[in-house]
Write a protein that binds this ligand. Structure first.
Ligand SMILES: Nc1ncnc2c1ncn2[C@@H]1O[C@H](COP(=O)(O)OP(=O)(O)O)[C@@H](O)[C@H]1O
Ligand SMILES: [Mg+2]
Length: 325
């Protein structure tokens, strides 16, 4: 499809991994959009949905106004004095400083390696030839898990507990190309320029293709199809694999700590009931388990991991239930 003027601007001005950060004189909001709508946003960003030449995009501006960034939406009473001991370094880190932006870009590449499966024409944040090779290698290992030893196959054997029946089921799930080689990411660009909202002299905008559908939080599980389950199962394996390889966990928390299974309540995955697309849109929040206490998200990372494993088992069960219907 032909690129729109807006996308051409994004392409020409996006930050590129491994190159100097360049400030662009034009911000995405200098464009005249056919339509634009402020959305609910998240803990870390203001989100605006815009329409330009028949395409829809999410423009996300990094927030700078948070006092308790990781805990604000979590539904437990907080002792501010206690937590304030930890948010010092983190509070600084959420500001759009050049250090933060550079670190984010490196993390994006990690996320791209695990969750992306880019077609040849999908160049994001630089030349992704290397990334595309890594993506292919990883999915090939996943596809061959039952016949070839690899780190990912070792993970899967531990997940399914060497059970023959589960092995067969998983084999069936991932034998389809549009499941095992599925691209969980939408196209995205990053623009560094003057802020619209942030109280900072410059800020970064992540501009992504708009993913139509519902967040997992808003999605009813009874509407899941086999393909949706299949894709989510692959996603979970990749998320756990990323954790084992990099000691980092992606952010798939639910809105409140009272939910025991966070993954199924996350707002960072968008599922489309018609097209069966499953997209992971929060590509900047990796929790570093080797990092400081605050970066680890206190006890949350354990709960995150726990919810990934629980969901894996649930989804495999549900996949089986649908199949035998
Ligand atoms: N590309 C996108 N397509 C559709 N919805 C999006 C997209 N990006 C963000 N959103 C919506 O905005 C919310 C917040 O975006 P997110 O990237 O998760 O920011 P935060 O880091 O603040 O959580 C998401 O939960 C989702 O509802
Ligand atoms: Mg989010």
């Amino acid at each position: 499809m032909k690129k729109t003027k807006f996308e051409k601007y994004l392409k020409d001005n996006t930050l590129v991994v491994g190159k100097n950060l360049k400030v662009s004189s034009k911000s995405p909001f200098d464009f005249r959009f056919e339509r634009s709508q402020e959305m609910k946003g998240g803990m870390h960003s203001y989100v605006t949905r815009v329409w330009s030449e028949g395409k829809s995009w999410a423009i996300k501006e990094g927030r700078t106004d948070l006092s308790v960034p990781l805990l604000e939406n979590i539904d437990i009473p907080l002792d501010r004095n206690f937590w304030s001991m930890f948010i010092g370094p983190l509070g600084y880190d959420i500001m759009p400083t050049t250090d933060r932006i550079a670190k984010d870009l490196r993390e994006y590449f990690l996320i791209a390696k695990y969750f992306g499966y880019f077609k040849d024409n999908q160049k994001v944040l630089g030349d992704n030839q290397f990334i595309r090779k890594e993506q292919k290698k990883l999915r090939k290992e996943l596809k061959d898990f039952y016949k070839k030893e690899s780190d990912i196959s070792s993970l899967i054997w531990r997940l399914i507990g060497k059970k023959e029946e589960k092995m067969k089921l998983l084999k069936e799930v991932i034998k389809k190309t549009d499941i095992v080689n599925y691209n969980f990411l939408v196209k995205e660009y990053v623009i560094l320029s003057k802020p619209k909202k942030a109280k900072y002299e410059k800020t970064f905008y992540i501009v992504q293709e708009w993913a139509e559908g519902y967040t997992l939080q808003d999605f009813l599980e009874e509407d899941f199809t086999k393909k949706t389950y299949g894709r989510l199962i692959v996603f979970l394996i990749l998320a756990l694999h990323l954790f084992e390889q990099e000691q980092k966990v992606i952010d798939t928390r639910g809105g409140t700590i009272m939910n025991t299974n966070w993954f199924i309540n996350t707002e960072n995955i968008i599922v489309n009931p018609e097209t069966e697309e499953v997209k992971f849109i929060d590509t900047r929040s990796l929790w570093d388990l080797t990092g400081t206490f605050a970066e680890k998200g206190i006890f949350s990372s354990d709960m995150l991991l726990h919810s990934l494993i629980t969901s894996f088992n649930d989804f495999l069960e549900n996949y089986k239930a649908i199949s035998s219907r």
